[in-house]
Design a protein around this ligand. Structure first.
Ligand SMILES: [Fe+2]
Length: 256
């Protein structure tokens, strides 16, 4: 079973993703920042959109849905049951630990609340892919608009526990700014220094820095690394609990 995943840049810095099964000719769309680029990407490949997986209620992740549905009226929409009141009408309401079938493969739902309460991520093990939107991001994590630091820390732990070869498809091109911040936390992390250089080069060439691998996030993302002794020591919090260190790093990023 083979899946092809296409990154679709939308708006100024959002990403949507198309997940296509070549076995069943079904295509899922992860988030709908706007319709135009998504429809164009489908048309360019002759793909048939069959479903939409929504990660959270923010407008820049759902607002293109009605326009997409005008072209593909039969699409089934999946989203968090816990946040159904703020999401577009759902055909499939899911929660943490749920599994559903896509083209004969399992999709596993993770509640990754923090940025919003009710944010979900979709893990497709058959494609080594997790769609994290504004929870875990490339070299960063989403701002905590609704949840608490311990909530987001717990959410990030769920993603960190996925296989290290998992590819992380996150929702925004914020990586260059995230890299500059990450270097203030771990200036001596050689993997981070190298990645920051690669990110600068990619952006200078107009290339996206999303997706990234979970392995590189574990090696370089300060928000995932808040539980490590070297990170705690680097910010003079050697004795603090993991979630407290995460909260401090998140607070510093908010003020960066
Ligand atoms: Fe968001």
């Amino acid at each position: 079973m083979a899946f092809e995943i296409v990154t679709v840049p939308c708006l100024s810095d959002n990403y949507a993703f198309l997940v296509r099964s070549d076995r069943t000719d079904e295509t899922a769309l992860v988030d709908v920042p706007e319709a135009g680029p998504v429809l164009a990407a489908l048309d360019a490949r002759g793909w048939r959109l069959t479903e939409v997986w929504l990660t959270h209620h923010h407008a820049d992740h759902v607002q293109g849905l009605d326009a997409v549905r005008e072209r593909w009226p039969e699409i089934a929409v999946t989203g968090a049951a816990a946040d159904a009141r703020r999401l577009p009408p759902l055909d499939r309401a899911v929660g943490d630990g749920d599994r559903f079938d896509f083209a004969g493969a399992a999709v596993q739902v993770l509640d990754v609340s923090g940025h919003t309460v009710g944010h979900v991520a979709y893990h497709l093990p058959a494609a080594h892919a997790v769609f994290t939107a504004d929870s875990l991001m490339a070299l960063g994590c989403g701002r905590l608009f609704e949840g608490t630091p311990p909530m987001m820390w717990e959410s990030l732990q769920k993603i960190a526990g996925l296989p290290a070869d998992t590819i992380v498809y996150s929702g925004h091109e914020y990586t260059a700014a995230n890299a500059r911040f990450a270097l203030t936390i771990e200036p001596d992390n050689a993997a981070l220094v190298a990645r920051a250089r690669a990110v600068e080069a990619a952006r200078a060439a107009g290339r996206p820095t999303v997706p990234s691998s979970l392995a590189e996030e574990l090696a370089t993302n300060p928000f995932l690394r808040a539980g490590l002794p070297e990170v705690k020591t680097a910010i003079s919090m050697a004795e603090a609990a993991d979630a407290e260190v995460f909260a401090e790093i998140r607070a510093r990023k908010d003020a960066f």
